[in-house]
Design a binder for this molecule. Structure first.
Ligand code: FE2
Length: 218
C-alpha cells in the first residue's frame, strides 16, 4: 500500500504565502483522500504495483481513468510539496543557464509561468518541464502529469486547483501564482531534477509502497 508522505516542513512554514489552514486541508484531507482511494482501488482488484509511477503509467495506458486520476493526484501533490521550501532559494548553475536560454531571464520565466497558470481553464497544474533539450512551461488538466509523456521531466509544479489557494486568495489565482513564484519554489530541488536529466539518472520518485504489517495470530 502507498503511504501519505509527511510534509517536508511544518504546516505553518510557508505562511504567509500559503497559510497553515490551507496546508492542513490540502495535505491531510485532499491528498490523503487521493492516497486512500488509490489503496482502496488496488485492494479491490488485488493489484500491488511496484511503484506509484508504474501504476500511473499502466492506468493511463489501460484507460483506467479513476485509478489514474487518484494515483496521479497523489503523485502530483507529493511532488508539489517537494517543490516548495520555506527558505528562499535562487536558480544556480546549469538551471540558471537553462532558464536564461529558454525565457531570457528569471523574470521571463516568472511571466510565462504566471500567465500559463492564470490562463489555464479549470483545475490542473502548471509545470516547469525539461523536454526536447530545453525548458518549457506547460499546464495540464485535472490530474494529468508529465509521467505519461516520454522524455518529459518535471522540474517544478504549482497546484491550480482552487483548494490550493481559495482560503488565502479567494478567486485571485494570479495573485497566488505571483506570490508563490516569488517566495516558495525550491530551486535547489528543481536543479536536482535537471541534473538527473543531464546525468541520465532517475529523477524524484514517490515513496515506494510498503507491505502492511502481518498480524500475529493469538
Ligand atoms: Fe491540490
Amino acid at each position: 500500500m502507498f503511504k501519505l508522505p509527511d510534509l517536508p516542513y511544518a504546516y505553518d512554514a510557508l505562511a504567509p504565502t500559503v497559510s497553515s489552514e490551507t496546508m492542513r486541508l490540502h495535505h491531510d484531507k485532499h491528498q490523503a483522500k487521493y492516497v486512500d482511494t488509490v489503496n482502496e482501488l488496488c485492494a479491490k482488484d488485488g493489484s500491488s504495483p511496484a511503484s506509484l509511477e508504474d501504476l500511473i503509467v499502466q492506468a493511463h495506458a489501460g484507460g483506467y481513468n479513476h485509478v489514474f486520476n487518484n494515483a496521479a493526484q497523489a503523485w502530483n501533490h507529493a511532488f508539489f510539496w517537494s517543490c516548495m521550501t520555506p527558505s528562499r532559494t535562487a536558480p544556480e548553475g546549469a538551471l540558471a543557464q537553462a532558464i536564461d536560454q529558454a525565457f531570457g531571464d528569471q523574470k521571463g520565466l516568472r511571466a510565462a509561468f504566471v500567465k500559463e497558470g492564470e490562463g489555464h481553464f479549470g483545475s490542473g497544474w502548471v509545470w516547469l518541464l525539461h523536454a526536447d533539450g530545453g525548458l518549457k512551461v506547460a499546464s495540464t488538466h485535472d490530474a494529468a502529469n508529465p509521467l505519461i509523456e516520454d522524455g518529459v521531466v518535471p522540474l517544478l509544479v504549482c497546484d491550480l486547483w482552487e483548494h490550493a489557494y481559495y482560503v488565502d486568495y479567494r478567486s485571485d489565482r494570479k495573485a497566488f501564482l505571483q506570490a508563490w513564484f516569488d517566495a516558495l519554489p525550491d530551486w535547489t530541488f528543481a536543479g536536482h531534477q535537471l541534473r538527473a536529466v543531464a546525468d541520465k539518472v532517475e529523477a524524484w520518485r514517490y515513496p515506494a509502497p510498503v507491505t502492511e504489517p502481518v498480524r500475529r495470530q493469538a
